[in-house]
Ligand binder design. Structure first.
Ligand code: FES
Length: 92
């Protein structure tokens, strides 16, 4: 499966600034797609990195360059920023 970053653009995540997060990923030169609700409303902006299935919650534009860089080295997430609900071993 091709690598891709999904950035939720549904109502809840947009309220927390997911449009700016999407723009930051586009500027970071990675394959990025806007997605519908990822089912984690209230924890956004939500970002899902595929095919690794690394989830990030409450992402800010300032976090995007590091997430994008790690994404290029597939399989290396930014562990402290992973969504604890799906990554209970994250450093948070
Ligand atoms: S609106 Fe983004 S996860 Fe539901």
């Amino acid at each position: 499966m091709k690598q891709c970053v999904l950035v939720c653009q549904n109502t809840s995540c947009r309220q927390y600034g997911s449009a700016q997060v999407l723009r930051a990923f586009q500027q970071a030169n990675v394959e990025v797609r806007r997605s519908g609700c990822l089912g984690q409303c209230g924890n956004g902006p939500m970002v899902l990195v595929l095919p690794d299935e690394f989830w990030y919650d409450r992402v800010s534009p300032s976090q995007v360059p590091m997430i994008a860089e790690q994404h290029r080295q597939q399989g290396c997430p930014v562990r402290p920023w992973l969504y604890p609900k799906f990554h209970p071993d994250s450093a948070r």
